[in-house]
Design a binder for this molecule. Sequence first.
Ligand SMILES: Cc1cc2nc3c(=O)[nH]c(=O)nc-3n(C[C@H](O)[C@H](O)[C@H](O)COP(=O)(O)OP(=O)(O)OC[C@H]3O[C@@H](n4cnc5c(N)ncnc54)[C@H](O)[C@@H]3O)c2cc1C
Length: 451
Amino acid sequence: MTSFPDALPARTVTDPDVRARYGVDESLGATAPEHFEVVRARDLADVVDVLRWAHETGTPVVPQGARSGLAGGSVALEGGVVLNLEGLDTVVEVDPLESLAVVQPGVLNADLKVAAAAQGLFYPPDPASSAFCTIGGNVATNAGGLGCIKYGVTADYVKGLQVVLPGGEVIRTGHRTAKGVAGLDLTGLFVGSEGTLGVVTEVTVKLQPAPEPALTALAVFEHLDAASRGIVALRLDRHRPSLVELLDGPTIEAIQAIADFGFPSGAEAALVVQSDRAGHTAEDVLRYAALLTDAGAIEVAVADDPQESDALLAGRRALHHALEAKGPHFIEDVCVPVGLLTTLIAAGRDISARTGVEITMSGHGGDGNLHPSLFFDADDQHSRERAEAAFGELVAVALAMGGTITGEHGVGSLKARWLRDEVGTASIERQRAIKALFDPRGILNPGRVYW
Ligand SMILES: Cc1cc2nc3c(=O)[nH]c(=O)nc-3n(C[C@H](O)[C@H](O)[C@H](O)COP(=O)(O)OP(=O)(O)OC[C@H]3O[C@@H](n4cnc5c(N)ncnc54)[C@H](O)[C@@H]3O)c2cc1C
């Protein structure tokens, strides 16, 4: 059997520095193994060749998009091949009549939005990493993001897929038509399967009419409970906001530490809220502002135009940068019933006080999906272990509340140890049986998700 790089010389990365870059994703502590190859696929045939060869040789394959993943799902495996799909980056078509687009997996989320907008259409899934993550990665992780409270997640927009299976067989799932119920929903099975069942080589997505440019309201609260009441009121409103993001007090401090975004000192929470409802944005944000004032906001600013809107959103946009500036941290991704958000945050504060681990709580509050960040001293192994233990405690709290270990980032390597706690042994066994059906030799992302 031919070995790499001889099997695909033109696509295999030979420069060790370049190869090392493809060895890790954005997950904390991701480390590239000593021996692995990287193939940058340029077309379907490359993917088929790699999966045929890997199946025959029993070589692990890590499908990879833009490596923005936070769960360790696209980190290279020892002795394996990273199959990078970024080069398959063509928007094949946008069809306004059927309201769909067909794209290759390496198309960036932001570029699909631009292609849709050129035809007056809209692709709603909006991860905060939109500018640099791929649609293939979004499909594999069932990515969420900022607009989920109104628009849902990636799965709500995937109509069909082309997938290459281990061994090189190419299958199509789903349908292009407005409706279609033939057979089992294999599209749904692949969405969120984190590269463990097949490699996605084409995606057909549903598009919507373009919304209005969003208007924003920013509310500041002295008490967390009041912010929670505000979220409940917004969710119960007849016209749901298109975005409801929550920042807790420590997060606001971290953001204000990098620049003055106008948050008052001592605030316990802030909510950023938007409406993009055609013809009604101004009326909606005023109504949201009134709801938030009734809930106990001490200050509410309402934008009159898209420029002001951007300014009010700027603090939220600076979040990732602010947390990076604050220091090394784990990013959590738990989702709980929306009515229990205050309980989750209180539990986080309790864990922080008890363990001494600094924890900021922020994220997609309107969905009950927070990204608590747990900070540690990178030079102190004990500090890191304490943060890891606190991370585990928070996961347990979310599960006890009827929540999930991951709202959108996926299980990957980092959360595989908790999947059984959430879904149970019987479910894990069925999931493994499905994996074995598609990937009998276990070459795709082995050791991840359901192990
Ligand atoms: C600053 C920042 C903000 C973020 N914000 C959000 C957010 O708001 N919401 C959210 O959901 N996520 C967010 N993420 C996480 C990340 O961007 C998403 O998980 C994204 O979907 C990953 O896409 P990617 O192209 O980088 O995939 P990668 O990281 O390369 O891969 C992710 C997973 O998908 C698999 N995969 C990739 N491509 C394919 C393919 N073609 N076929 C089969 N499997 C494949 C990989 O094996 C891996 O398991 C954020 C990340 C960062 C760094």
